[in-house]
Design a protein around this ligand. Structure first.
Ligand code: ATP
Length: 262
């Protein structure tokens, strides 16, 4: 008989990596989220699309412990309600915020190293560092350059690279393509898919609905704090309401589910 092994992952097989139930956020009387529920299966790319002000950033900030909320957020089966933001990073959820939040006066290398402050596994840190530089060759060329002198697209890559250095199992990306040239956007989305192929689950918030839906296995449309539509990426790409509101194309096609799962 095989000896019993300890399972480091307390989740039963098949449970979602992330489960959000009835999430509500309000700021001084403004209700930003009115009971949002969705799931992110392990190893997949899930996208949330929606217009300005729909509440996408509020969802990511609640997930990372940066905004108070009601409802429940279960990460690998664990309720995050009372877990502080810095511990959530340690559990394996990394947030790449809109606007990147990199340290402009520090070099590229220093920004990447800072992300490992909670880690003690030196050898693994070196191999992750190498992996990030292989993923983003532009960062390798600019290692000793102050991060503030990078182009916007390069800063975005640095922000994603930094999240990878924290050994995240779930990456939250807030509008990563914002302000990038079309060529860089293509490059970035290909890299997001590569990162996902190595086993990292991805929750992608995007206004670039076309690109996001192409790489997502599941997608949700958020309108004024509520999920109004859900389906697979291809279903939503073909949905006339999505085409009209988010893709800027004529309304033809069918397929998405107007009644998203609870
Ligand atoms: P965008 O794409 O423009 O970033 P979003 O979908 O990410 O939009 P949120 O940033 O989550 O939307 O904002 C949702 C709503 O909450 C908006 O009406 C916004 O004005 C409001 N809001 C967000 N942050 C705050 C805050 N700190 N104080 C007050 N209201 C806020």
């Amino acid at each position: 008989m095989k000896p019993a092994t300890l399972n480091p992952n307390p989740m039963p097989a098949g449970s979602p990596h992330l489960e959000v139930r009835d999430l509500r956020v309000h700021y001084d009387g403004i209700h930003a989220l009115h009971g949002v529920s969705f799931q992110v299966p392990r190893g997949q790319i899930v996208t949330l699309i929606g217009a300005n002000g729909a509440g996408k950033t509020s969802i990511l900030r609640a997930l990372s412990g940066l905004t108070p909320y009601t409802g429940s957020i279960l990460f690998e089966g664990r309720d995050l309600q009372r877990v502080p933001a810095h511990r959530i990073v340690g559990l394996g959820m990394a947030h790449v915020p809109e606007g990147r939040a990199i340290f402009g006066n520090l070099t590229v290398q220093e920004n990447l190293r800072l992300a490992t402050w909670q880690r003690r596994d030196r050898e693994a840190i070196e191999s992750d560092f190498e992996r990030v530089l292989t993923t983003f060759p532009r960062l390798r060329e600019r290692l000793r350059q102050p991060a503030g002198t990078l182009s916007g697209g390069e800063q975005q890559m640095l922000a994603v690279g930094r999240a990878l250095m924290s050994r995240a199992s779930l990456l939250l990306l807030d509008e990563p393509s914002m302000g990038m040239s079309p060529r860089l956007v293509q490059e970035l989305f290909a890299i997001i898919q590569d990162i996902n192929r190595t086993g990292t689950t991805i929750l992608l918030v995007e206004q670039n609905a076309n690109q996001a839906l192409r790489i997502a296995s599941r997608a949700y449309v958020l309108e004024t704090g509520r999920i109004t539509l859900s389906g697979t990426g291809p279903e939503l790409l073909g949905d006339p309401r999505v085409k009209e509101a988010y893709l800027g194309t004529a309304a033809t096609g069918k397929g998405a589910n107007r009644n998203p799962p609870p």
